[in-house]
Design a protein around this ligand. Structure first.
Ligand code: ZN
Length: 136
């Protein structure tokens, strides 16, 4: 959801900073091991949503960490699912079980670009995973 916008923001931010600062700010994304809370968050997300398939198992998720809040212009984004299997967590939210569960629900839903990103049925009524400040 924030991809196009983030790129634009990053570009504008970079153009206003020195090249060195810009490069260091762009290079903090890195792979991380599966969070310790992932398994319990996975079970919770599958239970509440009644979703799950062999095609999208927990061990296929690519976990990344980044300073999401710094990049987000509202400084509120702490997790981001990128179709189909990548979850990026803010550096301070890697072990936040609700953030991880929220992003895993995105992974289970596999919403298409033209579908609602946060279907109320799942995120509100079934799983209670809509809460500020998760933005992505
Ligand atoms: Zn979300």
């Amino acid at each position: 959801m924030l991809t196009a916008h983030s790129k634009k923001t990053s570009f504008l931010t970079c153009s206003m900073m020195t090249l060195t600062v810009c490069l260091s700010a762009q290079s903090v994304t890195h792979r991380i091991p599966e969070p310790k809370v992932a398994l319990s968050s996975w079970q919770a997300a599958r239970n509440c949503s009644q979703l799950g398939s062999a095609r999208y198992p927990l061990d296929s998720v690519v976990w990344l960490s980044d300073s999401l809040r710094v990049r987000d212009r509202f400084h509120t984004m702490v997790g981001l699912w990128t179709r189909p299997d990548t979850i990026t967590l803010d550096v301070d939210y890697v072990e936040d079980s609700l953030t991880v569960e929220h992003e895993l629900l995105h992974y289970l839903l596999q919403s298409k670009p033209d579908e609602p990103k946060h279907p109320v049925k799942y995120f509100v009524y079934m799983c209670h995973l809509i809460q500020l400040p998760i933005g992505g």
